[in-house]
Ligand binder design. Structure first.
Ligand SMILES: [Zn+2]
Length: 327
């Protein structure tokens, strides 16, 4: 894992590389961001660069240390996660890690440890970590990964150097999905739904997603204020609990974002395999009206996230989308 393999976090990588060159890496880092945005890869790249015997500020990829890390079997790297069937990372796990860190490294200049997800440390575990974060035994490097730094004890947060990993851009997500062996058509389908996370994109069930997407496009095409049943049927059929409704809204955002792009004269849309349907969606209204619809979808997403009733919110949104679809 070299820094070049990490997309979308250039500023963070530059800061890390500079500290490696100056020999001034921190003892403890906190990498915050959604799962699948590149936090873990960056943590491993940092450790690999630190252990590499050839390059000062990156991994060469070919020295014995780099090869062991790439193979997932370097003896001086520890991973701490909740044990199977356990919700939390326990104080016993942390004590075990502290004992390991206090032993001499086998071959690296220092030991390293990744704790993921750090917000799942029990309060006892987190408290027992405080001294280790301040003065890690044997100068060990400790990297905590979290989706939300606000869920950690302030005393843990303040002892770490914090880096915030933004969700990946659509473009970087597409590149990474295609690199991972997904076809470009499937990647174009998954990426807009994945909230900037490679992991979420890979978790989304591609086949059922295709079916759902077709259902959404076809329901939106049928919306008609003169036949009000089309509105209530659509929200009955497509909305669901909050999570499902947000997924639906992400899909609608992605369609209408593409409709606006087509209206603006750019052909560079993400839902390429539904180009025909999106074109007819775009052609139904003027460009400013499509922009307004896009804003209404964003607003609905915000209110559903803030606790609005999903079904009522979708009734209202589908009515807005139907307005202008009179036949
Ligand atoms: Zn190396």
């Amino acid at each position: 894992m070299s820094f070049a393999d990490i997309l979308g976090h250039d500023r963070i990588i530059e800061v890390l590389r500079r500290s490696l060159r100056n020999g001034k890496t921190a003892h403890s880092y906190l990498f915050e961001g959604v799962c699948g945005s590149g936090r873990r890869k960056s943590a491993l790249a940092l450790i690999q660069a630190l252990f590499c015997t050839v390059l000062p500020d990156d991994a060469c990829g070919s020295c014995p240390s780099c090869r062991k890390i790439a193979g997932g079997n370097h003896p001086d790297i520890h991973f701490i996660a909740p044990l199977p069937d356990k919700r939390d990372i326990s104080i016993e796990q942390l004590r075990g890690m502290q004992r390991d860190l206090s032993l001499r490294p086998y071959e690296a200049p220092r030991k390293a440890c990744i704790i993921d997800p750090a917000e799942r440390m029990s309060v006892g575990a987190a408290n027992s970590l405080l001294k280790t974060l301040e003065e890690p035994p044997g100068n060990a490097l400790i990297i905590l990964l979290t989706e939300n730094a606000g869920l950690l004890l302030p005393t843990v947060r303040s002892r770490c150097q914090l880096f915030r990993f933004a969700p990946l851009s659509l473009e970087h997500l597409l590149t990474l999905l295609i690199q991972s062996g997904i076809s470009s058509d499937s990647a174009a389908l998954l990426a807009p739904m994945a909230g900037g996370s490679v992991q979420k994109a890979l978790e989304l069930d591609n086949e059922s997603l295709t079916i759902r997407r077709e259902a959404v496009l076809s329901s939106v095409a049928k919306l008609n204020l003169n036949r009000i049943a089309t509105v209530f049927d659509a929200s009955e059929e497509l909305a669901g609990n909050r999570e499902k409704t947000i997924e639906l809204l992400d899909m609608l955002l992605s369609f209408y974002r593409d409709a606006v792009l087509l209206g603006a004269g750019t052909g560079d849309i993400v839902n390429r395999s539904s180009r025909h349907e999106i074109e007819s969606l775009a052609a139904r209204r003027s460009f400013p009206k499509n922009l307004e619809l896009l804003e209404s979808i964003y607003e609905t997403r915000r209110s559903v996230q803030r606790n609005a009733n999903p079904k009522l919110a979708m009734d209202h949104l589908f009515m807005t989308l139907a307005d202008g679809n009179r036949s």
